[in-house]
Design a protein around this ligand. Structure first.
Ligand SMILES: [Zn+2]
Length: 186
Protein backbone atom coordinates (compact mmCIF):
# COMPACT_ATOMS: atom_id res chain seq x y z
CA UNK A 1 0.00 0.00 0.00
CA UNK A 2 1.58 3.31 -1.13
CA UNK A 3 -1.24 5.83 -1.46
CA UNK A 4 -4.30 6.55 0.65
CA UNK A 5 -7.57 5.30 -0.84
CA UNK A 6 -9.38 8.25 0.78
CA UNK A 7 -7.25 11.25 -0.22
CA UNK A 8 -4.40 9.94 -2.37
CA UNK A 9 -1.77 10.99 0.20
CA UNK A 10 1.38 8.99 0.82
CA UNK A 11 1.15 6.04 3.25
CA UNK A 12 3.64 5.36 6.00
CA UNK A 13 4.00 2.72 8.74
CA UNK A 14 3.75 3.86 12.34
CA UNK A 15 2.00 3.24 15.64
CA UNK A 16 -1.04 5.56 15.86
CA UNK A 17 -1.69 7.32 19.22
CA UNK A 18 -3.37 4.95 21.66
CA UNK A 19 -2.51 1.91 19.55
CA UNK A 20 0.05 -0.82 20.27
CA UNK A 21 0.91 -2.01 16.75
CA UNK A 22 2.36 -0.57 13.59
CA UNK A 23 -0.29 0.31 11.02
CA UNK A 24 -0.46 1.77 7.55
CA UNK A 25 -1.28 5.44 8.16
CA UNK A 26 -1.94 8.25 5.67
CA UNK A 27 0.55 11.10 6.13
CA UNK A 28 -1.99 13.59 4.74
CA UNK A 29 -5.44 12.84 6.21
CA UNK A 30 -4.38 10.53 9.08
CA UNK A 31 -6.58 7.63 8.03
CA UNK A 32 -5.45 4.34 9.61
CA UNK A 33 -5.66 1.21 7.47
CA UNK A 34 -6.03 -1.87 9.66
CA UNK A 35 -5.02 -5.31 8.50
CA UNK A 36 -6.95 -8.24 9.90
CA UNK A 37 -7.00 -11.98 9.24
CA UNK A 38 -8.83 -13.19 6.17
CA UNK A 39 -11.51 -15.83 6.35
CA UNK A 40 -11.55 -18.79 3.98
CA UNK A 41 -14.76 -20.83 3.91
CA UNK A 42 -15.38 -24.19 2.32
CA UNK A 43 -16.99 -27.58 2.61
CA UNK A 44 -16.32 -31.29 2.93
CA UNK A 45 -18.75 -32.57 0.27
CA UNK A 46 -20.00 -36.14 0.69
CA UNK A 47 -21.46 -38.30 -2.03
CA UNK A 48 -22.72 -41.59 -0.64
CA UNK A 49 -19.69 -43.04 1.20
CA UNK A 50 -17.16 -40.93 -0.61
CA UNK A 51 -15.63 -37.47 -0.33
CA UNK A 52 -15.37 -35.06 -3.23
CA UNK A 53 -12.05 -33.31 -3.86
CA UNK A 54 -11.09 -30.76 -6.54
CA UNK A 55 -7.80 -30.76 -8.41
CA UNK A 56 -6.58 -27.18 -8.60
CA UNK A 57 -6.41 -25.46 -12.00
CA UNK A 58 -4.79 -22.34 -10.51
CA UNK A 59 -1.73 -21.37 -8.50
CA UNK A 60 -0.79 -21.81 -5.76
CA UNK A 61 -0.50 -25.59 -5.64
CA UNK A 62 -1.71 -26.11 -9.20
CA UNK A 63 -2.47 -29.77 -9.95
CA UNK A 64 -2.89 -30.76 -6.31
CA UNK A 65 -6.12 -31.84 -4.62
CA UNK A 66 -8.14 -29.67 -2.28
CA UNK A 67 -11.52 -29.20 -0.70
CA UNK A 68 -13.68 -26.53 -2.35
CA UNK A 69 -13.06 -23.27 -0.46
CA UNK A 70 -12.33 -19.59 -0.99
CA UNK A 71 -12.37 -16.13 0.53
CA UNK A 72 -15.54 -15.03 2.27
CA UNK A 73 -17.08 -12.02 0.51
CA UNK A 74 -18.54 -8.94 2.16
CA UNK A 75 -22.29 -9.28 2.67
CA UNK A 76 -22.46 -13.04 2.96
CA UNK A 77 -22.58 -15.39 5.92
CA UNK A 78 -19.91 -18.05 6.35
CA UNK A 79 -22.38 -20.78 5.33
CA UNK A 80 -23.44 -18.82 2.23
CA UNK A 81 -19.81 -18.31 1.28
CA UNK A 82 -19.03 -21.99 1.76
CA UNK A 83 -21.98 -22.92 -0.46
CA UNK A 84 -21.06 -20.42 -3.16
CA UNK A 85 -17.39 -21.44 -3.26
CA UNK A 86 -18.32 -25.13 -3.28
CA UNK A 87 -20.78 -24.79 -6.14
CA UNK A 88 -18.33 -22.63 -8.15
CA UNK A 89 -15.41 -25.02 -7.79
CA UNK A 90 -17.25 -28.33 -7.88
CA UNK A 91 -19.65 -27.39 -10.68
CA UNK A 92 -22.70 -28.80 -8.86
CA UNK A 93 -24.79 -27.68 -5.88
CA UNK A 94 -23.50 -28.57 -2.41
CA UNK A 95 -25.92 -28.36 0.52
CA UNK A 96 -24.07 -26.90 3.50
CA UNK A 97 -24.52 -28.73 6.80
CA UNK A 98 -23.11 -28.10 10.28
CA UNK A 99 -19.66 -26.53 10.75
CA UNK A 100 -16.96 -29.22 11.05
CA UNK A 101 -13.66 -27.50 11.79
CA UNK A 102 -12.11 -24.06 12.18
CA UNK A 103 -8.37 -23.85 11.57
CA UNK A 104 -6.51 -20.81 12.89
CA UNK A 105 -3.41 -19.99 10.81
CA UNK A 106 -2.02 -17.00 12.73
CA UNK A 107 1.33 -16.94 10.92
CA UNK A 108 -0.31 -16.35 7.54
CA UNK A 109 -3.20 -14.26 8.92
CA UNK A 110 -5.95 -16.62 7.84
CA UNK A 111 -8.86 -18.51 9.36
CA UNK A 112 -10.19 -21.56 7.49
CA UNK A 113 -13.72 -22.74 8.25
CA UNK A 114 -15.07 -25.95 6.72
CA UNK A 115 -18.66 -27.16 6.85
CA UNK A 116 -19.95 -30.64 6.25
CA UNK A 117 -21.51 -30.68 2.79
CA UNK A 118 -23.77 -32.92 0.77
CA UNK A 119 -23.25 -33.09 -2.97
CA UNK A 120 -26.70 -32.86 -4.57
CA UNK A 121 -25.74 -34.31 -7.95
CA UNK A 122 -22.59 -35.43 -9.67
CA UNK A 123 -20.84 -32.54 -11.44
CA UNK A 124 -20.77 -32.72 -15.24
CA UNK A 125 -17.99 -30.16 -15.62
CA UNK A 126 -16.07 -28.38 -12.84
CA UNK A 127 -15.59 -24.63 -12.42
CA UNK A 128 -12.69 -22.76 -14.03
CA UNK A 129 -10.54 -23.04 -10.88
CA UNK A 130 -10.77 -26.84 -10.99
CA UNK A 131 -9.08 -29.25 -13.44
CA UNK A 132 -11.24 -32.18 -12.39
CA UNK A 133 -13.17 -33.49 -9.42
CA UNK A 134 -12.79 -36.92 -7.86
CA UNK A 135 -14.73 -39.02 -5.34
CA UNK A 136 -12.55 -40.81 -2.82
CA UNK A 137 -12.72 -43.16 0.13
CA UNK A 138 -10.22 -42.80 2.97
CA UNK A 139 -8.00 -45.50 1.47
CA UNK A 140 -7.90 -44.34 -2.16
CA UNK A 141 -7.60 -40.64 -1.38
CA UNK A 142 -4.50 -38.90 -2.90
CA UNK A 143 -2.93 -38.25 0.52
CA UNK A 144 0.48 -37.30 -0.90
CA UNK A 145 -1.02 -34.82 -3.37
CA UNK A 146 -3.07 -32.58 -1.08
CA UNK A 147 -2.69 -28.84 -1.64
CA UNK A 148 -2.73 -27.41 1.89
CA UNK A 149 -2.03 -28.53 5.47
CA UNK A 150 -5.45 -27.24 6.60
CA UNK A 151 -7.10 -29.44 3.96
CA UNK A 152 -5.18 -32.49 5.15
CA UNK A 153 -6.10 -31.72 8.75
CA UNK A 154 -9.78 -31.30 7.86
CA UNK A 155 -9.94 -34.54 5.86
CA UNK A 156 -8.14 -36.49 8.60
CA UNK A 157 -10.55 -35.15 11.21
CA UNK A 158 -13.55 -35.94 9.02
CA UNK A 159 -12.55 -39.59 8.47
CA UNK A 160 -11.52 -40.04 12.10
CA UNK A 161 -14.96 -38.90 13.27
CA UNK A 162 -16.69 -41.01 10.64
CA UNK A 163 -14.82 -44.12 11.82
CA UNK A 164 -15.79 -43.40 15.43
CA UNK A 165 -19.48 -43.12 14.41
CA UNK A 166 -20.35 -40.67 17.17
CA UNK A 167 -21.12 -37.65 15.02
CA UNK A 168 -19.00 -34.69 14.01
CA UNK A 169 -18.34 -32.35 16.96
CA UNK A 170 -17.18 -28.91 15.89
CA UNK A 171 -13.41 -28.68 16.33
CA UNK A 172 -11.03 -25.71 16.52
CA UNK A 173 -7.40 -26.33 15.62
CA UNK A 174 -4.44 -23.93 15.75
CA UNK A 175 -1.99 -24.60 12.95
CA UNK A 176 1.20 -22.64 13.63
CA UNK A 177 2.99 -23.00 10.36
CA UNK A 178 4.99 -20.38 8.48
CA UNK A 179 3.25 -20.73 5.15
CA UNK A 180 0.65 -22.95 3.53
CA UNK A 181 2.89 -23.41 0.53
CA UNK A 182 5.08 -26.22 1.73
CA UNK A 183 5.15 -29.91 0.96
CA UNK A 184 2.48 -31.87 2.77
CA UNK A 185 3.61 -35.41 1.95
CA UNK A 186 2.62 -37.85 4.67
ZN1 LIG B 1 -5.41 10.09 3.29
Amino acid sequence: MKYCSRCGGAITRNIPPGDTRERYVCTQCGEVFYENPRMIVGSVPEWEERLLLCRRAIEPRLGLWTLPAGFLENGETTAEGAGRESEEEVGAPVTIGPPLILVNLPRIHQIHLFYLGRLEKLPSSPGHETLETGLFTETDLPWTELAFPSVRLTIEYYFQKRRERRGFPFHIHDLRIERTLQPVAK
